[in-house]
Design a binder for this molecule. Structure first.
Ligand SMILES: Cc1cc2nc3c(=O)[nH]c(=O)nc-3n(C[C@H](O)[C@H](O)[C@H](O)COP(=O)(O)OP(=O)(O)OC[C@H]3O[C@@H](n4cnc5c(N)ncnc54)[C@H](O)[C@@H]3O)c2cc1C
Length: 297
């Protein structure tokens, strides 16, 4: 998860809009793994609804002053640089949002609370606190202010594909692990892998896993071709995550009592999969949008 953030969300806007100097000082070391990056959308009162963004960016000569607290930031506790969404015009809602680059070591930059999480514990998550951090003009990442949401269209599609593929990976690992257990576990005189009701779990998984992967690769191709694919990306992410949640649940059932035990693998897949429900958009928000689009006629 840390590496995914570094490869996509943490470096995307720097690569797209950064000056040559920023690319040399930030992007190159990030690619080399010498600087850790993160992306900061979420705040205490603003998750799905970015119009609630309270972090402000105020003009100061040829630069900007940023103030606010970002929450739930993957890599936040170890970040050297952060791409931060802030509003330059709080009355403009979604049309006031822009991205800025801030760096650890700047006056007013600090790392707040580190969150103790249910899953994905390999990737540290926490707060980024900006107390009147002054950045130069070239740290505004974009051609125009107020276009942050528009600039996010492509990356949101990519995040959804990436989250969906993470769902496929977790599900695949969970079911392969469960298959190995099923082959070795004997009940009523034979391995439980020989029972039809156990086999059904793997049959259903295989079909849904292949469907999810096919859908995700199709959206990835659409992104590569520069095609509009917002709905397809949302649908693929939703489908893959639901497939994964079912798979990690079935894996714990194959293990039965041992699936409830912290000594075995299924509990970790079960916990990690919960993250997929918020990454790339909550399922309520995705389905609300997709359903609304269909019902519009
Ligand atoms: C492990 C982890 C890592 C994360 N990493 C990052 C990161 O690196 N950077 C970052 O910026 N954020 C990160 N996040 C935050 C994540 O993006 C948010 O959790 C997500 O956007 C949802 O926001 P929220 O949690 O504030 O929930 P809310 O948006 O407040 O939603 C609460 C509930 O209301 C529902 N809801 C909201 N709006 C609607 C609607 N219109 N219709 C129907 N239901 C609705 C939601 O579906 C949900 O059930 C991370 C979260 C987690 C768990």
């Amino acid at each position: 998860m840390s590496v995914s953030v570094q490869m996509l969300m943490g470096t995307y806007f720097i690569g797209r809009f950064g000056s040559d100097e920023i690319k040399k000082n930030v992007l190159q070391p990030a690619i080399e793994g010498k600087k850790v990056t993160c992306i900061c959308f979420t705040e205490d009162q603003s998750g799905s609804d970015l119009a609630g963004t309270r972090t402000t960016a105020v003009r100061d000569g040829d630069g900007w002053v940023l103030s606010g607290t970002k929450q739930w930031i993957t890599n936040g506790p170890i970040a050297d640089v952060a791409t931060v969404m802030a509003t330059t015009d709080p009355s403009a809602g979604l049309k006031g949002l822009s991205f800025f680059l801030v760096e650890d070591g700047m006056e007013g930059f600090s790392k707040g609370q580190v969150f103790h999480k249910l899953g994905t514990r390999g990737a540290p998550t926490g707060e980024i606190v900006l107390d009147a951090v002054r950045v130069d003009g070239d740290h505004h990442l974009g051609e125009e202010t107020g276009k942050g949401l528009e600039y996010s269209t492509d990356i949101l599609n990519m995040i959804r594909v990436m989250t969906g593929l993470a769902a496929c990976s977790i599900a695949d690992e969970a079911m392969k692990d469960a298959a190995a257990f099923a082959r070795g576990r004997v009940a009523f005189g034979k391995p439980i892998s020989r029972y039809q009701l156990i086999r059904e779990k793997f049959g259903r998984f295989y079909a849904k896993y292949e469907a999810a992967r096919t859908l995700l690769y199709r959206v990835a191709c659409m992104i590569d071709e520069g095609m509009e694919c917002r709905r397809e990306a949302m649908a693929a992410k939703w489908f893959a995550t639901e497939m994964c949640l079912e798979a990690v649940d079935e894996a714990t059932r194959v293990y039965a009592g041992n699936g409830f035990c912290m000594e075995y693998e299924p509990q970790r897949f079960f916990r990690d999969a919960r993250f997929l429900l918020s990454g790339g958009g909550t399922h309520e928000v995705l389905l609300n949008f997709l359903g609304g689009q269909m019902l519009r006629g």
